[in-house]
Design a protein around this ligand. Structure first.
Ligand SMILES: C[S@@+](CC[C@H](N)C(=O)[O-])C[C@H]1O[C@@H](n2cnc3c(N)ncnc32)[C@H](O)[C@@H]1O
Length: 251
């Protein structure tokens, strides 16, 4: 897929400048990005930006400051652009490898709304994703983003980051939101949805990554019955386990 097909590149950036221009609601009341798209980040007790998940309307992508903006790289409204800053470890689980918040001596709990990582990978159209599923049907790494006018797929199998190790849970501690960095590709950003303790596994719901209640209603239909033998047994172990891995037959 070629970049720019889903998102207009006509976004005009903000004109905030100077060290104190962090494009927050408090500092940036005149910030054009905040005025146009809102800013859902607040200063957390740890001094890092925290996403106010309750304030983000479902299905509304976040729009962060981007290449067209004159604000500093420290801008709050660029939180998902600064890479993985938390200690994340890869360990063996019942469901293959999984990602865990580190249990190292200096590890501390993270608050709800903390940015953890992008779900990075190759961007595929639905026909490209289907071809890969047919060739490599065993495991599924592809995350599908439902945009206003299209569905695109992120496949981290060959090119990706730590996001590819996040297993599915029916009672997850992370959510994934679509984020635009001004124009260009939509990114899939993983945030904690509750306080996460060191050594806890990091998971999201493959059938409802954003935590949208409407989508939840839809994936509940994936609870497998005996006549659906092709579904994969879910190994999340949660008391809310729906029994089988989510499967969206519309894709
Ligand atoms: C994005 S990968 C996650 C990392 C993977 N466990 C690994 O070892 O590379 C998705 C694959 O992990 C496995 N998986 C993830 N969550 C699972 C779960 N709750 N139950 C069973 N298998 C799961 C499935 O094979 C799925 O296709």
């Amino acid at each position: 897929m070629s970049e720019g097909s889903e998102e207009s590149d006509t976004v005009e950036g903000c004109s905030c400048t100077g060290v104190s221009s962090l494009c927050t609601v408090t500092d940036g009341d005149n910030c054009e990005c905040v005025e146009s798209f809102g800013n859902f980040y607040t200063l957390g007790p740890s001094g890092h930006p925290i996403l106010n998940l309750d304030a983000v309307p479902y299905r509304l992508p976040l729009v962060e400051c981007g290449a067209h903006c004159s604000c500093s790289v420290k801008c709050f409204n660029r939180t998902t652009q600064r890479g993985v800053n938390l200690p994340v470890e890869i360990r063996q689980t019942k469901a293959g490898l999984g990602a865990f918040l580190s249990a190292s001596a200096d590890a501390v709990p993270i608050e709800a709304g903390t940015f953890i990582a992008l779900y990075a990978g190759e961007y595929l159209s639905t026909s490209e994703a289907r071809s890969r599923w047919q060739l490599e049907s065993k495991d599924n790494y592809t995350l599908s983003l439902r945009l206003a006018n299209a569905i695109i797929h992120i496949d981290p199998r060959y090119k990706g980051n730590v996001g590819r190790f996040f297993n599915h849970s029916c009672d997850p501690n992370c959510v994934i939101l679509i984020v635009y960095w001004g124009g260009g590709w939509p990114r899939a950003a993983i945030f904690s949805k509750s306080i996460i303790q060191p050594s806890e596994e990091l998971t999201f719901d493959y059938g409802n990554a954003s935590g949208d209640q409407d989508a939840q209603d839809r994936v509940e239909g994936c609870v497998a019955e005996d006549d659906r033998p092709t579904l994969t047994k879910c190994l999340c172990g949660s008391v809310r386990c729906r029994g089988y891995m989510p499967f969206d037959s519309s894709l």
